[in-house]
Design a protein around this ligand. Structure first.
Ligand SMILES: Cc1cc2nc3c(=O)[nH]c(=O)nc-3n(C[C@H](O)[C@H](O)[C@H](O)COP(=O)(O)O)c2cc1C
Length: 202
């Protein structure tokens, strides 16, 4: 068995056994894919600094976007006051992320990505803004794992209340709230659909 195959087998074993919290300083992309999981229980009493969140969001800015429009915006609840306020705006997610020290609200500016001189460039319209925000958030959660953090992307949230709390302008669509913290559980690997169910080669 060559080294590559051996590493592949070890990675597969790790996936079966659950996904470990330990993250080496420079994890490979495959390791990040495996160990990045949605975490629904966080270690209490741990903090994350503004400088660390800045590093994370700077990495997210590397994501591609339509014509480099960069429509994604982020509102970071890092103070205890804003943290506790957000906890009341995420419905049933509250108990899952109560110990995550930071929440990041992601939005995108309307009529930017997928638009040309104010008009939609094609049928997908503002879906391109959502597309770009998702790409940016994918970078964010992988970078978080690389920095030793864990995340939960939450679509269950109360957009109107978040808009008021952070004074988010009406021209931004509020998408996910992302919890950021340190895992206090070892998650299982979710079941993925068979590749041939979702891919067709021609
Ligand atoms: C757009 C989006 C919204 C989600 N909303 C929630 C949510 O509100 N609550 C939650 O517990 N998980 C939420 N999740 C996490 C998914 O359930 C999770 O990604 C999926 O089960 C796959 O597990 P994994 O992230 O560990 O690979 C969301 C994920 C995405 C991408």
């Amino acid at each position: 068995m060559n080294i590559k195959k051996l590493f592949g087998s070890l990675v597969a074993l790790a996936a079966l056994a659950g996904c470990t919290a330990q993250q080496p300083a420079s994890a490979s992309l495959d390791e990040l894919f495996l160990t990045r999981r949605s975490i629904r229980n966080y270690e209490p009493g741990r903090t994350i600094s503004e400088a660390q969140v800045r590093e994370l969001l700077t990495a997210a800015q590397n994501a591609p976007s339509w014509a480099n429009q960069q429509p994604s915006k982020y509102y970071v609840a890092i103070s205890p006051e804003k943290h506790d306020a957000v906890l009341e705006m995420i419905g049933g997610n509250k108990d899952r992320v109560v110990n995550a020290p930071v929440f990041i609200v992601s939005t995108f500016e309307k009529a930017k990505s997928g638009f040309f001189r104010g008009n939609p460039a094609n049928d997908a319209g503002d879906f391109w803004g959502a597309y770009d925000n998702g790409l940016s958030n994918a970078y964010l959660v992988l970078k978080a794992r690389d920095m030793g953090f864990d995340t939960l992307i939450m679509g269950m949230r109360e957009a109107d209340k978040l808009r008021e709390l952070f004074q988010i302008p009406e021209n931004e669509i509020i998408l996910a709230v992302i919890a950021l913290g340190y895992r206090a559980e070892e998650p299982n690997m979710p079941v993925h659909r068979p590749l041939d169910e979702v891919v067709k080669f021609f």
